[in-house]
Ligand binder design. Structure first.
Ligand code: PMP
Length: 354
């Protein structure tokens, strides 16, 4: 740390992204990326946009907003595109949290929430999930704080039904409820239709998972016009050109290829069921995932040991050194071939452990 680093950031513990080692060609099942490339059209549009990179991107993202709004059934002034959904989440902490509006989220959820809270000087409370990692809805009813719920949750993969989330939203009319739907396209239920009923709901979505665009960085906030206006105030006060030209173009391209996205999601869900069943046959406990990852533990081998042994065999999964989940690994669902390689590797590791 330099002597110039601001006092207010000295205690900050940054988010740790999944490792991206360059030493070996790993089967990469550790950052919940799609195993499929973006659609041909997305790639073509992005390449064409590269010819105009001397120009700033459209700060209003008008064409992209229209396409996305159409896709999710809202109007263009009810959406705001950002540099990955991490940016819209950060904007939400900036816009809707402060000392008088502390944040609240689960003890086991997306690890960036406490980091966003800390960097914005926002006090926060972590509410323990039930022992089976489900959310106890009544914990959040009438809590009167800015609520962040990843639905489906990460890294557990477990989804909450929309009617339960609606209870939370309805019982907190004076607080914003942020529903992070990064993984909603893999079998979850979206809260987007509720934005027309509740002025305190912000839904966030990403193009990083189901739409194969993690490297392009594109996310969205979806909410009533007033909340979107507040978030735009934050955006125009930090980075008006937050979505670059190539990402705009790729985003429009992938939205026009909804069938391609739907087909990929269906394959990933099939592979998830295949791999989950195989893992259960091998003695794993697996949560009921509605995402593109599996959260699994085995009584005969520690979470960290399994992670290390898989890495030694060229397969990367994500292990979290967190008390309640240190025996688990989060395994991104890849192609059928990758899932077969994973199962084979685990079989041989379990043999070795005997
Ligand atoms: N929310 C959750 C629950 C996530 O797991 C992630 C991915 N790390 C994100 C948001 C952010 O994804 P991105 O910034 O790539 O849209």
């Amino acid at each position: 740390m330099s002597r110039f680093f601001s006092e207010k950031y000295k205690k900050l513990v940054p988010y740790t992204p999944g490792e991206q080692p360059k030493d070996t060609q790993y089967i990469k099942l550790n950052t919940n990326e799609s195993p499929f490339p973006p659609s041909d059209r997305a790639i073509r549009y992005a390449s064409e946009a590269a010819h105009s990179l001397e120009l700033y991107s459209d700060p209003t993202s008008s064409v992209l907003c229209e396409e996305f709004a159409k896709a999710v059934g809202v109007s263009p002034d009810e959406v705001l595109p950002t540099n990955g959904s991490d940016e819209i989440l950060n904007f939400a902490f900036m816009a809707f949290c402060d000392k008088d509006h502390p944040a609240v989220f689960a003890d086991i959820t997306y690890g960036f929430y406490p980091v966003f809270a800390d960097i914005n000087g926002v006090p926060y409370e972590e509410i323990p999930l039930n022992p089976d990692f489900t959310i106890n809805v009544s914990d959040y009813c009438g809590i009167g704080k800015t609520i962040f719920i990843a639905n489906p949750n990460a890294p557990t993969g477990i989804a909450l039904s929309v009617d339960k989330i609606e209870k939370i939203i309805a019982s907190n009319p004076d607080s914003v409820v942020v529903v992070d739907e990064a993984y909603v396209d893999f079998g979850g239920e979206s809260c987007v239709p509720l934005i027309h009923k509740y002025s305190n709901l912000l839904v966030t979505q990403t193009f990083s998972k189901s739409r194969s665009m993690a490297g392009a960085r594109l996310g969205f906030g979806i909410a009533c016009k007033e909340l979107i206006r507040d978030l735009n105030t934050v955006k125009y006060s930090t980075n008006p050109y937050n979505v670059n030209r190539m990402t705009h173009a790729a985003g429009i391209g992938i939205l026009k290829d909804a069938d391609y996205t739907a087909k990929n999601c269906a394959v990933i869900m099939e592979n998830r069921e295949f791999a989950s069943e195989e893992l259960v046959k091998l003695g794993f406990e697996v949560t009921e995932s509605k995402t593109n990852f599996i959260f699994a533990k085995h009584n005969d081998i520690g979470g960290k040991t399994l992670y290390e042994k898989l890495k030694a065999r060229g397969i990367l999964v994500r292990h979290f050194e967190k008390p309640r989940i240190s025996e688990y690994n989060r395994i991104t669902v890849g192609t059928r071939h990758q899932m077969q390689a994973l199962i084979q590797a685990i079989k041989s590791i379990l043999e070795e452990e005997k």
